[in-house]
Design a protein. Sequence first.
Length: 672
Amino acid sequence: MTKVVLKPLVMMLAGAMLAVFVVACGGGEEAPATKAPVATKAPAPTKAPAAAVEAKEEESMGGSEAAAEATAVPSESTTEVAEATKPSADSGSGVYDDLSNLLGLEGYQEKWGEPTYGGIVKFRTNVPVRVGSPWGAGSGNSHYELAQMMTRNSLVKPDPWIGWKGGLHPELAKSWEIGGDGLSYTFKLRDNVEFRHANDYDKFDDLPGRGELFTCEDAQSHFEFIGSERWWDEGGSISLLLDTNEHTWTCPDGPDGFTLHVTLDSGIPNPGLLMMIAPPGVYGIPQKEQREYILEKYPTRWMRTGEWSAHVGTGAWMPLDITPEIVQKVQRNPNYFKEGLPFLDGYEVHTIPDPATAFAAWATGKIDIMGHGSGSMYPAQVEQALRDFPDKPIVPNSYWGARAIAFNTEKPPFDDVRVRKAVHLVMDRQEWNGLQRVGDSDMYAGIIAGFFNAQGEVYNPMGNSYEEILSWPGMRQPKDDDIAEANRLMDEVFGAGVRPSDNFKCLSRADDTSTNACLFMEDQISKHLDMTLSLDLYDPATLSSQLSACTWVFAVSVMPGWEGVPDPYLRYRGYNSAVKGWKPCLGGVDPGLQAQVNKLIVDMRSELEFNARAAISQEIERILYNEYIPAAPMEWMILFHGTQPWMKGWWVAHQAIHTGHVQVPERAWVVR
């Protein structure tokens, strides 16, 4: 059997990250002195002028002591970039995108060599590519919002080579300050960033915003739009939503100025605020007049099938062409504010639903990157690749979703918690995880959302312990007692030996990753509960409306953890029935239990002391998995990204956690 060595994936809870957030250069240390680059355009290949350094292994961070210290209310602090490393006034290039020292940056891998310009990278997705909303209605999923990640920037970002462990760095904001009470943030914005200019692909003559300077009013209006009624109508989701009614965004120097201020009106510090606004999906900032023009002139969700050239962002890439359901193409933005970037001429996102076809395309070099979200390489494909294509890098990465089969608690018989519990009890997680292995390696990422086994590294800052979870009903081994208890519960509900005669359907996206979960569920409940189940398959767009309609009883889903952020409050808040955007189809939960969960979630929002916060988190988790039971959990997913040896400057250690799906960063290049 082939053994895969999996590098640790570093995750940090929001509180523990606060200490990093308050220093833009990361870790609280002064950034190394490097001369800022002179502003130059770089359309032709050049060599990066710094010496290479040894690639550094990912280091694990976090832990209760560090987290406890970091969750204290921050003292007044500044994240102004160290004077020696500030970008020149005319370059617009941040310290962490400084081409004069690119090969000296942490995370650079010597095997990449020196960057070169040019080339097109082809990326495979298993879901249909579509236009996507230019104002961030979703959370960055490839089939709707990949264009946002390509064409827009957020205020701050993690470094694309080292991920969250390196803290957050300047993007559209060149620096920021946090008030001494932790209730205000002041962002100093770059004053030389332009929204993309018109190109030959543009279809609108009257669309405003092209070539306009990015100013405070663009950021302010976007943050105010998020959480509005129209934003929800456009498909807004709670998964990456700030509690926007608790934040006031202002422009102290006027709308055309370059200072943005936010006050937390709740009076409660939010240690996860900076992390929440880092992903470019929801928080990539569009041009104000452009968004207003689209919202006024076109109907709700027009951009789902509308014109892609309406995307007017600040990003490294700009729309080139799209054939919906088949391929998206982007090209290099020649006016990008980071001089010399991106290296690539562009890249393409190809929809290839069939995993065998996609694998063949990757194996023969027709696709440069394969594997993201539910489009990950399968274990058998990984084993074949390790055997037959040893020169092709395969990068394992823990995904931000915990696979589960959800119950519609509003539909009989699953409005009875005893039936939900019976199904949950008979699910054999160890058997399922065994099916996900590659050789003799531990390829799966964990058991449930609270415990996260980050590829060999125990990550459990606020959840119950691994040992505790494995003692819970449904999680423990052997299964005999749980199966007996499940059948006792079913007898209690339906009568001795009587079982529902319905042929239940499992709502799923029509791809193997999703359908396999339904098929495993069918095997478990037919074998142990004498219940039947069949597949109910839909394409991604139709699936979304089917899920919202709540006509289903079983559905492939995720447990609390989908948001991809380590702060458990952000994972749990979707289970608070008192907030807008709470998870649909959960109306059948016992009102008393729902009220208890609601209160715990509210308590967790206001509790900043680490140990107390952790205790609340553990209680919410225990209730969700043992009493509430919104789903039968399976495991945290792990992805296998197949790349090509000519891909350089591309690393996925954090990207799936950052955006939900892989993107091609501006630092990537190819050497074919």
